[in-house]
Design a protein around this ligand. Structure first.
Ligand SMILES: [Zn+2]
Length: 217
């Protein structure tokens, strides 16, 4: 039994990078061991240190505009959009699920753009990683993250509504302002991640990030 648990932790650690072990007083092992992390499909952590689990293949549903999301988040996403529309807003999913190949293309096009601007290659790759996750490390590859934009010009009104209400539908603002050191990603007022109602409420009440909620920060 003990060896099975250790094997599971080691397999998970292989995905999640060993670099954080023991750093900053926390250990990658502690959050991987937590029942909260292991038993809930909604709480898979994907960030710069923690790669998408191997063979991860969410059940996808295609939205009317062609974007795809994990079908299990769709009812709450639809409810959130219905209520936002009732409040006079015009949300749409600009980006949902991306395959690892899609993410590779996005990263390469960002790097190409910087190279065209005259950046040296190494610096261009580093800069591109500040705004785009490296392939295998984007939440969009989970199917549980959505970039939400507005059909009209009231984008900031929409972001304000989402910041206030998204938790009620199980979504969190994944990359808040001031948390760049923890998330590794610049503030993105449009990027929402589904974590389910309980986690979304707890994260809102404690004003923390998903990394902190899972004990992985
Ligand atoms: Zn996004």
């Amino acid at each position: 039994m003990v060896s099975a648990v250790v094997a599971l932790i080691l397999v998970a650690a292989a995905f999640c990078g060993m670099t954080r072990v023991g750093s900053g007083g926390s250990s990658v092992f502690s959050f991987l061991r937590s029942p909260r992390y292991q038993d809930d499909w909604r709480l898979v952590l994907v960030n710069g240190d923690c790669a998408l689990p191997k063979g991860f293949a969410p059940p996808l549903l295609t939205l009317s505009n062609g974007e795809r999301v994990d079908e299990r988040i769709y009812p709450d996403l639809q409810r959130m959009f219905d209520d936002a529309r009732a409040a006079g807003l015009s949300p749409f999913v600009r980006a949902g699920y991306r395959s690892t190949e899609d993410q590779e293309r996005i990263m390469e096009s960002k790097v190409d753009e910087l190279l065209r601007q005259g950046w040296p290659e190494k610096a261009a790759r580093k800069e591109a990683r500040r705004t785009a996750a490296k392939p295998g490390h984007s939440e969009h590859e989970l199917g549980m993250a959505v970039d939400i934009n507005s059909h009209t010009s009231d984008e900031w009104q929409l972001y304000a509504w989402l910041a206030e209400h998204a938790w009620q539908y199980g979504f969190i603002l994944r990359y808040p302002q001031g948390a760049e050191e923890i998330t590794g990603i610049d503030y993105e007022p449009w990027h929402y991640r589904y974590v389910g109602a309980d986690a979304a409420r707890a994260i809102r009440e404690t004003d923390c990030t998903l990394e902190e909620y899972l004990g992985a920060a």
